[in-house]
Design a protein around this ligand. Structure first.
Ligand code: PRP
Ligand code: URA
Length: 211
């Protein structure tokens, strides 16, 4: 279903970098750098609607009122582990953002998420929350992460995933139709092990070199 709060970012720089991520010969070091760069490019797109306010600035020539980011503060919330790889890209854009963490892993048989950690910044209800996870597969982890954030008062939620499966987009947006979802690209489908096809394999293992 077409949804106006789902953005598949069609940008040649992002597409190019994702194609290198997909290559099984791409090593851990390059993989990490690319994930960080893609997160930054995606953040640039996702932050287009951040409100600004006019602030007085003294230039060497005169005093003027110019736009600066206003109001609510940002929180970046990676879903562990793989989401950690995207945090530095977002912080490069908004260095003052606070960082929360949600620990989830997928059961290898049922593919359902299990929580092992959740720590969010204070005043989460007053922040714009940017949840980051490179992979949106069945959507189980994403739905659980947004559930936790909402249970703790979070309201204004953006979710950034580098590669998404159609099944995951549908599940996440059906469970949480009020969030904004940004994907670097949408792949074809999930396979019988709930891996994204063509995908890039296991994002956590490729970022941390654990397989
Ligand atoms: C991966 C990925 C997502 C999740 C997506 O994490 O980083 O969090 O799977 O799958 P889903 O949409 O079907 O829930 P994983 O559970 O493999 O944990 P890891 O990051 O610790 O490797
Ligand atoms: N998690 C991953 O890391 N990759 C997939 O393809 C699906 C879930």
């Amino acid at each position: 279903m077409e949804r106006n709060n789902v953005t598949i970012i069609q940008h040649p720089l992002i597409q190019h970098k994702i194609s290198i991520l997909r290559n099984k010969e791409t090593g851990t070091n390059e993989f990490r750098t690319l994930v960080e760069e893609i997160a930054m490019l995606m953040g640039y797109e996702a932050f287009r609607d951040l409100p600004t306010e006019l602030v007085e600035v003294e230039t060497p020539i005169e005093t003027t009122r110019q736009p600066m980011i206003a109001g609510k503060k940002l929180a970046v919330v990676p879903i562990l582990r793989a989401g950690l790889g995207m945090v530095s890209g977002i912080l490069a854009l908004v260095p003052s953002a606070k960082v929360g963490h949600i620990g989830l892993y997928r059961d290898e048989t049922t593919h359902e998420p299990h929580e092992y950690y959740c720590k969010l910044p204070e005043n989460i209800d007053k922040r714009t929350i940017v949840v980051v996870d490179p992979m949106l597969a069945t959507g189980g982890s994403a739905v659980a992460a947004v559930d936790f954030i909402k249970q703790r008062g979070g309201k204004d939620i953006k979710f950034l995933s580098i590669i998404a499966a159609p099944e995951g987009i549908e599940r996440l947006m059906t469970a949480h139709p009020d969030i904004q979802l940004y994907c670097g690209c949408m792949d074809r489908e999930l396979n019988e092990n709930a891996y994204i096809c063509p995908g890039l394999g296991d994002a956590g293992d490729r970022i941390f070199g654990t397989k």
